[in-house]
Design a protein around this ligand. Structure first.
Ligand SMILES: [Mn+2]
Length: 460
């Protein structure tokens, strides 16, 4: 139940309402952080507060020192701050008279008891209440509940809470769980989102039907995957029109009956359709939630996170499409680098794992996507692929993916990456099938070697 979060949101709501000075809002740059920022932004607007906001990729000690020197006396951190709460305590709470509200879901650095001793801090975090911040609720969800504690007028912001949770990959097999499930039910009940079963294909609302089908490679659809004319054939043989008024139709354009026809044809062809059926959440603006969340996330990756806030607050769909195209071009050019260097053993090589060295050509914001796509399009034979790219502050960003087959045999990539990080003085971890890390630049080769030999061990 979300009631315990609403309860701890009350003092934060009270503080916001009573405070008359200017406020600084600080959010994190991914889809969840941008969504949480948009919620807080609208909430403060509606309270008629004076505020400024910024969106950061990371919150380093020097950022906290800088924020401590800013004019505002009330700081609101969303989707960031829990992990840095020790530093916030040291540089802000113990040394300035500023008040701080943190609305986050990351593992808190401060034990709850330590937070209690700091009267200027209100720290909202699901971990303190026994909820798993990894999958039960996102920062957008936490901030939504804060906005709801401020005023019932803010209940329209619930869509953003679900966009944030989706961006943080909190849905499990297409379904919201934990506190997110309560939020999803509330959103459906109040008609802010619609939910139905359907084909969960990439590009449901933005790509032509044949493209959505041909891009489906997991599971492999014989004669359709990577085969546009085969995909068109499948649509036609289902008795569906490929165009409507001259424009290609998307999966979202089909009526439920038409979608059933398509599913039926796919079943007749022997395709494992059950793996493609999922709950589809459609937002009020017509976008499928995963797709929209990807666009909001893309704003951060492209270094334009405030555009994500604008898209959400103004429902600026033109801007959303513009960002989507720009992001697509950036991904294509990063994939072009992989293609161009096929055969350049200095950049792309394969031992027990496949390695993509992004050098200074793939940014750390794109290496994860490139690794995922390279893994799924069969570029490597290896059971694990890792990409590595330069990040800020003499760090390297590592992104790694494992095949389903090796995970089913018991491999846990997140654990392995976590172990290696301890040895190379890095930070990282993740899930059994996907994990990431930040490591010191000089440990690059050591990291690759260690991952390679650990995977070799697993394979034998
Ligand atoms: Mn988050």
């Amino acid at each position: 139940m979300v009631d315990d979060i609403l309860e701890v949101a009350k003092p934060a709501a009270q503080r916001l309402k009573e405070y008359n000075g200017s406020i600084r809002l600080i959010g994190q740059y991914d889809a969840d952080g941008i969504s949480a920022t948009a919620i807080a932004h609208r909430m403060l607007e509606r309270l008629d507060k004076e505020f400024e906001y910024e969106i950061v990729k990371q919150l380093y000690e020097e950022d906290i020192e800088r924020i401590a020197d800013e004019d505002q006396d009330l700081l609101v951190f969303v989707d960031i701050g829990s992990g840095q709460s020790e530093l916030i305590k040291e540089h802000i709470l113990e040394t300035t008279g500023k008040k701080v509200i943190i609305s986050d879901h990351h593992e808190p650095a401060l034990e709850s008891g330590e937070s209690e001793g700091l009267e200027n801090l209100i720290h909202m975090n699901p971990h303190y209440l026994g909820h798993d911040g990894g999958e039960a609720i996102s920062a957008a969800g936490m901030t939504y509940l804060l906005s709801k504690a401020v005023s019932k007028d803010n209940t329209d912001l619930i869509q953003f809470a679900l966009i944030g949770a989706t961006g943080d990959v909190q849905k499990q097999e297409g379904e919201f769980i934990g506190l997110n499930k309560d939020l999803a039910e509330e959103a459906i009940e109040n008609s802010y989102v619609e939910k139905r079963q359907g084909l969960d294909l990439y590009g449901r609302t933005t790509k032509s039907l044949q493209k959505s089908l041909m891009y489906t490679t997991d599971p492999h659809l014989e004669g359709v995957s990577n085969n546009e004319s085969g995909a068109i054939q499948l649509v036609k043989s289902s008795g569906l029109n490929i165009r409507d008024n001259g424009d290609f139709r998307t999966l979202a354009d089909l009526t439920p009956e038409e979608e059933k026809k398509l599913i039926h044809t796919m079943i007749k062809r022997g395709f494992p359709v059950q793996h493609l059926l999922n709950d589809i959440y459609t937002l009020g603006n017509g976008y499928e939630i995963d797709e929209f969340s990807t666009i909001i996330n893309a704003c951060g990756r492209l270094g334009e996170p405030k555009k994500g806030v604008k898209i959400l607050l103004e429902n600026d769909l033109n801007l959303a499409e513009k960002i989507s195209r720009k992001y697509g071009r950036r991904i294509s050019s990063a994939l072009g680098y992989v293609d161009k260097n096929r055969g350049n053993k200095d950049v792309i090589y394969e031992k027990d794992i496949g390695v993509i060295d992004g050098k200074d050509e793939i940014s750390d914001d794109f290496i994860g996507t490139v690794t995922t796509i390279t893994m799924s399009n069969g570029h490597f034979d290896a059971p694990v692929v890792m990409g590595i790219a330069e990040a800020e502050k003499d760090k390297m960003k590592v992104s790694s993916r494992a095949t389903k087959e090796i995970v089913e045999k018991g491999l846990n990539l997140g654990e392995i990456i976590g172990e290696i990080c301890e040895e190379v003085n890095g930070e990282g971890g993740g899930h059994n099938i996907a994990a990431g890390a930040k490591i010191p630049r000089e440990k690059k080769q050591a990291f690759i070697n260690m991952l390679d030999s650990k995977i070799e061990e697993e394979m034998t």
